[in-house]
Design a protein around this ligand. Structure first.
Ligand SMILES: [Zn+2]
Length: 349
């Protein structure tokens, strides 16, 4: 069972834990952590009786009773059991991950991978697949347009709302594994570190008046002239009914970078995206109408992922593996060769 495997590790969000437990004494920390681990091993709950809880926390009964109310404030206390919200959701997630691993490991027909992942690349690919499945579910609940995301990023100051870093990616306020949607209502810019560190935190860090600001920005971007609807596929589900301005829609840098990370998980991570690299991407986006949809970039990265050379599975003429980043891919000469399939030959050109 996946459950057994999930028992072997428990995530601890150090910042969140320390933040929430500043008032605990060292003895109380010990008791709380032991209880958390018992909860983790006990399928998310432990029996609610003082003898058992004292034994779990290795405290004499009187000491346990003295700490009881302080420690149980972190738990949901019912007559029979105490449970811990974060443990419950994290456990469900851990079980899901280890089931996905063991399913692929069993080599069953259900596994598209056929055999267990042999290396980090395959594990990453499997994880990327899981993530795009979840994203598809989130999109069934709600979607957003590139223009909306762009406007949201601008009104949030083009930085991570949690730590202020210049880099940002799409953070789902209610994480998609917890049933959050992919609508603009549920998005905010966070850097990758803050995004992956936030766990189940569902704090909306956007300015209070973000809706008004967003509406204003989208209205401005629309202009007032009665232009015919642009050909972009995204326009069709543009919920604001906003017509994009004639000419070129703004290049959705963050979304393209996110697609790159999603589809080429083992190529170099993009930490910052500005200057020449951003100019190059914008230029590739602008110079051809058919590149002005995220669908195009999804297809492009899928095409790149199929090249052994561009994903480091083959070495260059000097015998070194080559792993290009998005910055390399969008340089004019490289881009032309990539789309012509020049790197898909047996011998790397
Ligand atoms: Zn951050």
């Amino acid at each position: 069972m996946g459950d057994k495997k999930a028992d072997t590790w428990m995530p601890l969000y150090v910042g969140a834990y320390l933040g929430a437990t500043m008032h605990l004494s060292t003895e109380q920390h010990g008791a709380y952590l032991l209880l958390l681990m018992a909860c983790w091993k006990g399928n998310g709950r432990v029996a609610n009786n003082d003898e058992g809880l004292a034994a779990i926390t290795r405290l004499p009964k009187a000491r346990w009773r003295a700490h009881r109310s302080t420690i149980l404030q972190f738990f949901q206390v019912a007559d029979e059991y105490i449970t811990h919200e974060r443990v419950t959701t994290e456990r469900a997630r851990a079980v899901e991950i280890s089931e996905a691993r063991s399913k692929s490991g069993s080599g069953g027909a259900a596994s598209k991978w056929g055999k267990p992942p042999q290396n980090q690349r395959e594990r990453d690919a499997m994880y990327a697949e899981k993530r795009s499945e979840r994203l598809a579910n989130a999109r069934r609940l709600a979607t957003h347009t590139p223009a909306e995301w762009q406007a949201l990023v601008e009104l949030c100051g083009r930085h991570c709302l949690r730590c202020g870093a210049d880099a940002y990616c799409k953070d789902h306020i209610v994480p998609i594994y917890m049933g959050g949607s992919d609508g603009i209502e549920n998005l905010q810019p966070l850097c990758r570190q803050c995004n992956s560190a936030k766990g189940q935190d569902t704090t909306d860090l956007r300015p209070n008046d973000w809706r008004e600001q967003l509406a204003k920005r989208l209205a401005n971007a629309c202009g007032t002239s009665g232009q015919s609807q642009s050909q972009l596929p995204e326009d069709k589900n543009n919920p604001s009914g906003c017509l994009l301005p004639p000419g070129n829609p703004p290049c959705p840098h963050a979304e393209i970078v996110a697609l790159y990370h999603e589809l080429l998980p083992t190529n170099p991570q993009i930490k910052s995206w500005d200057g020449t690299r951003a100019d190059n991407l914008r230029a590739r986006w602008r110079e051809d109408k058919k590149r002005q949809s995220l669908d195009y970039w999804r297809r492009l990265f899928t095409h790149v992922a199929a090249s052994e050379f561009l994903t480091g599975r083959r070495t260059d003429r000097d015998g070194r593996p080559f792993l290009p980043g998005l910055d390399w891919l969008v340089k004019p000469q490289n881009f032309a060769k990539v789309i012509e399939g020049r790197y898909h030959d047996r011998s790397a050109a």
